[in-house]
Design a binder for this molecule. Structure first.
Ligand SMILES: Cc1ncc(COP(=O)(O)O)c(C=O)c1O
Length: 399
């Protein structure tokens, strides 16, 4: 894939500033804090904290929500391994709730069935660019006093009921890995309106420095205090998940162009949508009224009984397509789980834990093998046109 459209003069300008400053760590807080400020403003949140991935952001969010040994966290099985890893990292118990067949997102009614007195957090995912049902999920969170951490790794600038999603959940987490709407190469950024959560997440993302504030990643605020042998620096856990200044420089430039990137993703998704409109076996992710899907990928369910998933993909590529991604295997189908390897994290807690291969989340089990993801990360609509054309030809071929 030709990715040269990704970075340009704007990124170079900020990178040069980092190089000229001679300082590349976020602990002096220049690029990182600028990136945080503009991102928070863009998504509509009070506080933003940069991280080295959209996995470490989720880990920090669980810590801030107070998730600890033996607590249960409800999440979707149709997501990346990160959601599982971070729950296990906190010695908490992953609980899977089934998804909605049309939106592919976690189903609030299924979440409700899984809530117990040990549930400490709900971690829905806003999948492929489409917000989860935040009204219903937030109502559950409020009713049971459970924090809601919306994993919006793939849903930059998405909206629910005409409202930016970051305004709705307690914590909203984003990835800035290379395929995302806004990228720092690798990285993540997490937002909240809750100052206490913001402080805790910032501390967790560094080394638990007592001096850290909600809106500031600097740690050497007063040299006389910091350099004193009696100074105690750390009052919380922290795993050093910080984003380097060079990455934040990319993020700052990308944030300034974010609206353009979002617009492009939507236009490219519309291109695919137009092509499949009259095809009765390609059923796209359903975007309800009032939602703004920002299409990390254009995803659909392949419902053709006569042609195999793999044959369709092969033909698409023969006809000029750039490939079709499948969905991840469901989390409880991953080898880490089926082999029992995850139990090593905490044998007293996990030894008796068993996830059946079938029947745990029947909708997700039925849907996952049929999902097809088409790429939307292209530099222009014109660059995506040959791909949409290949899709049209593939549909025509199987008529
Ligand atoms: C839904 C979801 N959650 C979390 C992540 C983790 O983000 P990262 O790769 O930046 O760790 C991703 C990354 O692709 C993702 O798609």
């Amino acid at each position: 894939m030709n990715n040269q459209w990704r970075f340009g003069a704007e990124e170079l300008k900020y990178l040069q500033q980092v190089i000229d400053s001679g300082y590349g760590s976020s602990t002096e807080g220049s690029m990182n804090n600028q990136f945080e400020r503009i991102f928070a403003e863009k998504v509509g949140a009070k506080y933003a904290i940069t991280f080295n991935s959209g996995t470490s952001t989720l880990h920090a969010a669980l810590e801030a929500a107070g998730v600890n040994y033996g607590d249960e966290v409800i999440t979707t099985p149709l997501t990346v391994i990160s959601n599982l890893s971070v729950i296990l990292a906190q010695n908490a118990v992953p609980v899977f709730a089934d998804i909605d067949e049309k939106t592919f997102n976690i189903d609030p009614e299924e979440i409700a069935k899984k809530i117990t007195p040990r549930t400490k957090a709900i971690m829905p995912v806003s999948l492929y660019g489409l917000s989860c049902d935040l009204d219903a999920i937030m109502a559950l969170g409020k009713k049971h006093n459970i924090a809601v951490i919306n994993d919006a790794a793939e849903a930059h600038m998405a909206e629910f009921n005409h409202t930016p999603i970051a305004k709705l959940a307690d914590i909203t987490s984003y990835s800035t890995e290379n395929s995302k709407h806004l990228t720092t190469g690798d990285g993540g950024i997490v937002v909240t309106d809750n100052e206490e959560y913001a402080i805790q997440m910032r501390k967790f993302g560094s080394l638990g420095y007592a001096a850290m504030k909600s809106g500031d990643g600097r740690i050497r605020l007063n040299k006389d205090i910091f350099q004193n042998p009696n100074y105690k620096r750390h009052d919380a856990f922290g795993y050093n998940y910080r984003m380097p200044e060079v990455a934040a420089a990319l993020g700052l430039a990308q944030a300034e162009k974010l609206d353009h990137f979002i617009d492009l993703r939507i236009k490219i998704a519309n291109l695919y949508n137009d092509v499949i409109r009259s095809c009765d076996y390609l059923i796209p992710q359903f975007t309800p009224k009032g939602y703004k899907n920002t299409y990390w990928t254009f995803t659909l369910s392949f419902e053709n009984k006569d042609v195999s998933w793999t044959d369709f993909r092969k033909k698409f590529m023969e006809l000029g397509g750039d490939g079709i991604y499948s969905a991840w295997a469901l989390l409880y189908h991953e080898t880490l789980v089926t082999s029992g390897a995850f139990k090593k994290r905490c044998p007293p807690l996990y030894d008796k834990l068993h996830y059946p291969i079938q029947g745990l989340c029947p909708v997700a089990e039925k849907l996952q093998p049929k999902l097809m993801q088409f790429t939307t990360n292209h530099g222009s609509v014109a660059l995506a046109e040959p791909i949409a054309d290949a899709l049209a030809k593939t549909i025509q071929y199987y008529k």
